[in-house]
Design a protein around this ligand. Sequence first.
Ligand SMILES: Nc1ncnc2c1ncn2[C@@H]1O[C@H](COP(=O)(O)OP(=O)(O)O)[C@@H](O)[C@H]1O
Ligand SMILES: O=C(O)C1=C[C@@H](OP(=O)(O)O)[C@@H](O)[C@H](O)C1
Ligand SMILES: [Mg+2]
Length: 174
Amino acid sequence: MSLPIFLIGARGCGKTTVGEALSRALGYAFTDTDHHLQLSTQRSVTEIVAEEGWEGFRARETESLKAVTAPGTVIATGGGMILAEENCRFMQEQGQVIWLSASPEVLAERLESEPEAAQRPTLTGRPIADEMSDVLRERAHLYQAAAHHQVNAMQSPECVVEEILLSLSLARAS
Ligand SMILES: Nc1ncnc2c1ncn2[C@@H]1O[C@H](COP(=O)(O)OP(=O)(O)O)[C@@H](O)[C@H]1O
Ligand SMILES: O=C(O)C1=C[C@@H](OP(=O)(O)O)[C@@H](O)[C@H](O)C1
Ligand SMILES: [Mg+2]
């Protein structure tokens, strides 16, 4: 059985972009917890947060994670998925968890050039570069603790996919 692969990491690290490419390389299905949430509620992340607050969004995010998890699937999670211990435990038990790691400067640069406001309402109300520093300071240890493998997300999506495939094959061989 092919265990699901969960991609975790901060906004802009490439979970959605790399996840699609990884699924093609493996012949797996691809799914994204935020896309699932948007389809099932017919609302954007920004609309859900405006109507239900972050607490409401986080509860829906946990439901979404469980709904999309299946064998032979690459799952791009939202950047805050690791905030709930329940989600971390679930991902670790169900499959392989990969952290796409990048510096706050690289993340901010990507998000400034393509903000996708409907997907990414502000988390702190601060300018994006400051927000990404704050977020990584708070969350880096959570990404690290949740992940089976850490990969460098500051390279082309093709190279990130290669590094993930290498990590998975090395883990299988050991
Ligand atoms: N490895 C990469 N190199 C350069 N740009 C990237 C890379 N991965 C993603 N991007 C760009 O960064 C932005 C955020 O990517 P996305 O996949 O939506 O990240 P996430 O799902 O982790 O928030 C998009 O504009 C995407 O094209
Ligand atoms: O970091 C976060 O808390 C969030 C990241 C977003 O997903 P991406 O990481 O795919 O942008 C989305 O789930 C929501 O805006 C919250
Ligand atoms: Mg995404």
